[in-house]
Write a protein that binds this ligand. Structure first.
Ligand SMILES: Nc1ncnc2c1ncn2[C@@H]1O[C@H](COP(=O)(O)OP(=O)(O)OP(=O)(O)O)[C@@H](O)[C@H]1O
Length: 589
């Protein structure tokens, strides 16, 4: 059972780094012990030195270092404060280093968990989310978790402990002012947060308008020639101008309101600060609070701003982390392939479809109750109208999609019991539109396997690609694909065939794999492949009569059902889809 990502799960992963966590907490406590007294030190000299009421500092300095002038006491305490601040900085850096490392390890573990799950996800499930969403889960959502974990692990404990320590100190200095500060500060912070949220919403609106403009302008520019051809420049560009107008409005709102909101929350803080100051003055006037301690209290007001903000930010970060976990768990909920453990050892593979049914979506059955047998070494063909389910059958035979009903047997063993790895070693599906990796020609042919150049060249020769290869400056090391040289549709199809030759499977499925080739090249190619394919099982999906005619068996599909099967000669004799197909081909040629 694949455990979902939850706070408990993250906690468990954090605990895997117990030793570092303990060290982190030790440094946290030391850091707090160093930083909390800082606001107290210099203000106390107001009482002890300026108002000439020697107490703790002056007495201790006198005892250990001897007495001196005001400059002497101020200088010593200032040096102590600077040293404490420097130490606090150093411990802070060490702490950040420890907690960042732990959170990166946790995030790495989560990414690995997701990738390991994705590796086994079955195709139907994969398509239900789509690559865009999955990539967003792996990048954006995991990053959201990342910042949450960094926040929680390093800031939550530090900020809470700091607040507790400061609360203890300021309540000890003056109960009334201490409680006032402790209640007012978080209230102000909450108000600021609310205001920040409003700013966030305005920013979102601005982003939406920018995105809409971007999508619109991208489409307009992509289809520029078509727009011009249909004389529609005005209407398309008017829409773009309207979208630009939306940006103007939303951007204006965001820019001035965000500054106003920011100033507003700072002003509220200053109001409160003035009230604290007045209360402090009154406490000095009417109670026993000293001037020095009053200044120290003012120092603590600034001091607790950061931990209060940080604790609140964790609350928000928790909300986004929970949403991110929900989306990440959608990936972990994708069902994995039913992987069996039987290895297909024999290179001779008989394939049988038994009442096979399959649907991509719940509302429509793509394949209905299909049964047929293909003996090892047989050369069969599947034909049918576009959308009748030919590609789907081949994908099911190759084990890409999971069947819904019925069974596919390989040497009488159900697909459910066979290891998918072993199945794919035996079956090679040559696609109509092979996708190239943005990598060298060699990688695209070998998929990273160590295969000698001689073998690769032999495969290129069989696939009728030798000539193209000889014209490449960097030979097998030429980058092809997105950022490299673009190959034509026909070249890509032949490259896929060369891939298949190198993989040397026992069953080859050609899914309209030569549709982009001219008849002359196609004939040469199949002649080259003749001896290679001699003992192999070959399933050909094709639209050309010439390609299927010589098959030992032809299966005719219609709307997901097997409607006819037999040899060319047998089927040609009967009225039905095959005869229609033959007639159609003859009249079209
Ligand atoms: N990934 C998919 N998700 C949902 N529906 C799909 C998917 N792939 C194919 N289909 C649908 O399944 C049906 C059969 O498609 P399939 O590609 O197997 O037909 P085909 O006979 O190979 O067609 P063609 O000759 O045009 O390649 C079609 O209605 C198609 O729209």
């Amino acid at each position: 059972m694949n455990e979902k990502i939850s706070l408990k799960y993250i906690y468990k992963l954090l605990l895997n780094n117990k030793k570092s966590l303990i060290w982190g907490q030790i440094f946290t406590v030391i850091g707090i012990l160093i930083s909390v007294p800082i606001p107290l030190l210099l203000p106390l000299l107001v009482d002890e030195v300026l108002l000439d009421k020697p107490s703790f500092f002056v007495n201790n300095i006198n005892e250990f270092f001897g007495s001196g002038s005001a400059l002497y006491y101020v200088a010593i305490v200032t040096v102590v404060v600077i040293v404490l601040r420097a130490l606090h900085f150093i411990f802070g850096v060490i702490n950040t280093k420890i907690f960042t490392r732990i959170s990166k390890i946790v995030i790495f573990d989560i990414r690995v968990k997701l990738l390991n799950h994705l590796k086994k996800v079955n195709m139907n499930e994969y398509e239900s989310l789509g690559s865009g969403k999955i990539a967003a889960n792996l990048i954006t959502d995991v990053n959201t978790l990342d910042s949450f974990i960094v926040n929680v692990s390093s800031k939550l404990i530090t900020s809470s402990l700091t607040l507790i320590a400061v609360a203890f100190v300021i309540i000890k200095i003056d109960l009334l002012l201490g409680i006032m500060i402790l209640f007012t500060q978080p209230t102000i912070a909450i108000i600021s947060r609310r205001i920040a949220k409003k700013t966030g919403e305005l920013k979102k609106e601005e982003n939406t308008t920018i995105e809409a403009f971007q999508n619109n302008i991208n489409e307009t520019l992509d289809l520029f020639s078509q727009i011009k051809a249909s004389n529609k420049e005005n209407s398309f560009f008017d829409t773009s101008i309207q979208k630009a107008e939306d940006i103007k409005k939303a951007s204006n709102e965001f820019n001035y309101k965000s500054v106003a909101y920011e100033k507003f929350s700072y002003t509220i803080f200053l109001f409160a600060f003035e009230i604290f100051r007045a209360t402090g003055l009154l406490l000095v006037a009417y109670s026993d609070l000293s001037i020095g301690l009053m200044f120290a209290m003012f120092g603590y007001i600034w001091f607790i701003m950061t931990p209060v903000q940080e604790i609140l930010s964790i609350q928000y970060s928790l909300a986004s982390a929970k949403a991110a976990m929900g989306r990440i768990n959608k990936v972990l909920e994708l069902e994995t392939e039913n992987d069996g453990d039987i290895e297909l050892k024999d290179r001779k593979v008989d394939i049988s479809l038994r009442n096979l049914s399959f649907s991509y979506t719940k509302d429509k059955n793509t394949l209905k109750n299909i049964s047929f047998d293909i003996k090892s070494g047989e050369k069969v063909a599947i034909i049918g109208a576009s959308g009748s389910g030919k590609t789907t059958i081949s994908q099911l035979i190759a084990g890409f999609y999971a069947k819904n009903d019925g069974d596919i047997l390989y040497n009488n063993i159900s697909i459910d019991k066979i290891s998918k790895k072993s199945l794919r070693e035996h079956i090679f599906l040559v696609l109509q539109m092979p996708i190239l990796f943005n990598n060298t020609l060699r990688f695209n042919l070998t998929m990273g396997e160590d295969i000698s150049d001689d073998k690769i060249l032999e495969a290129l020769k069989i696939a009728e690609l030798k000539e193209m290869f000889e014209n490449l400056e960097n030979g097998l090391d030429t980058i092809v694909g997105k950022m490299g040289i673009r190959l034509s549709g026909g070249q890509r199809q032949r490259l896929s065939i060369a891939r298949m030759v190198l993989a040397n499977p026992s069953v080859v499925i050609f899914d309209e794999s030569t549709s982009a080739l001219d008849v002359h090249t196609e004939t040469k190619l199949f002649r080259n492949l003749e001896s290679f394919l001699k003992d192999k099982t070959v399933i050909t999906i094709a639209h050309r009569l010439s390609t299927v005619k010589n098959a030992s068996k032809i299966f005719v599909l219609e709307d997901g059902e097997l409607v006819q099967s037999g040899t060319h000669n047998e089927l040609e004799e009967k009225d039905g889809h095959y005869l229609e197909f033959v007639k159609h081909q003859l009249t079209n040629n």
